[in-house]
Design a protein around this ligand. Structure first.
Ligand code: NAP
Length: 284
């Protein structure tokens, strides 16, 4: 039997309908939730994500202002852009498209953003929020999208034996924390993990965010599993593939996210939800 496909579009559409109602309520108070997208350079995948985010925001009733800096901008120019966002009462949330060529400038920019506007979870305050479940800030959108996709597809996470492959601060770690908050029992794997395939096979829920195309295949999978593939890789033919070998997985597991059309579709809906939440807090 072929695996059920956990498609992001349906979950994102349901979230967007709810968000449009919330922004309509804000509009009655004279408030337009507003996102600033800060981009350095013209990288194709940044531009693609920017377009997808802008489309989703429009449907959810969120206004978008794009601030584009030149590829060779200085750390000072980037900081000045963040300070301008911080000072602008009309901007509720800021998305800085990452990674930046200059990692030192990126770290300084992340640290400078006001946590109240940190809708993609890049400040220390947001990390503390994800870790403790309390305080200001937001989880990184992709990490939260994993949980939103699962819950929106009717998966009960409580008590589930979950394995997360990847421990990056943007995806693996926050996914593990969010699953823990939902009472899953979580194992986190990385490049030093011994017998990765066994750790994957024993999971009821397998979330793969390793950034290695096709890392996970039949040897790491078991019948009955739910698999979320966060990886995105563009092949020379332009086709997108994930960290999981889909053709091997679909004949083994119970359910799997397609790439594209899985987590990525929900990520922009989570982003819009964060901006609306920030605007609702500001309106109080
Ligand atoms: P990253 O910073 O490169 O982190 C990769 C993690 O995977 C690291 O913790 C690494 O372990 C672990 N890893 C790498 N190779 C491994 C192996 N052979 N065995 C076990 N663990 C391994 O990547 P990221 O930023 O988290 O992104 C992960 C993927 O998500 C990428 O493909 C990216 O394109 C995709 N992505 C998707 C979306 C979306 O919306 N769907 C958004 C952003 C990114 P160590 O810590 O030991 O090095």
């Amino acid at each position: 039997m072929m695996a059920e496909l956990l498609k992001g579009a349906a979950v994102a559409a349901a979230m967007t309908a709810e968000l449009a109602a919330r922004s309509a309520a804000l509009a009655e108070l004279g408030v337009t939730p507003t996102l600033a997208i800060l981009r350095v350079g013209e990288r194709a995948d940044d531009l693609a994500y920017e377009r997808a985010a802008a489309r989703r925001c429009e449907r959810a009733g969120v206004a978008v202002q794009t601030l584009a800096l030149p590829e060779d901008c200085s750390a000072g120019q980037l900081l000045a852009a963040i300070e301008a966002v911080n000072a602008d009462a009309g901007i509720d949330g800021c998305l800085l498209l990452r990674p930046l060529p200059d990692r030192t400038a990126e770290a300084a920019a992340c640290a400078a953003l006001r946590p109240e506007k940190d809708v993609d979870g890049m400040t220390a305050a947001s990390q503390s929020f994800v870790y403790s479940g309390a305080g200001v800030g937001f989880a990184p959108c992709t990490a939260e999208a994993v949980v939103a996709l699962l819950e929106g597809s009717g998966v009960d996470l409580s008590g589930l034996r979950a394995t997360v492959v990847g421990r990056s601060p943007v995806i693996g770690r926050p996914v593990a924390m969010l699953l823990l908050q939902k009472n899953a029992t979580v194992t986190v794997c990385h490049t030093r993990t011994k017998d990765l395939a066994a750790r994957c096979r024993e999971a009821e829920l397998l979330v793969v965010a390793a950034g290695r195309e096709g890392l996970i295949g039949a040897e790491s999978l078991a019948p009955g599993q739910i698999v979320v593939d966060v990886g995105i890789h563009a092949g020379p033919d332009g086709a997108l593939r994930g960290d999981v070998r889909f053709d091997e997985a679909e004949g083994i597991v119970k359910a799997i996210t397609p790439v594209p059309g899985g987590v990525g579709a929900v990520t922009t809906a989570v982003l819009a939800r964060h901006v609306i939440e920030a605007a609702e807090r500001n309106a109080k």
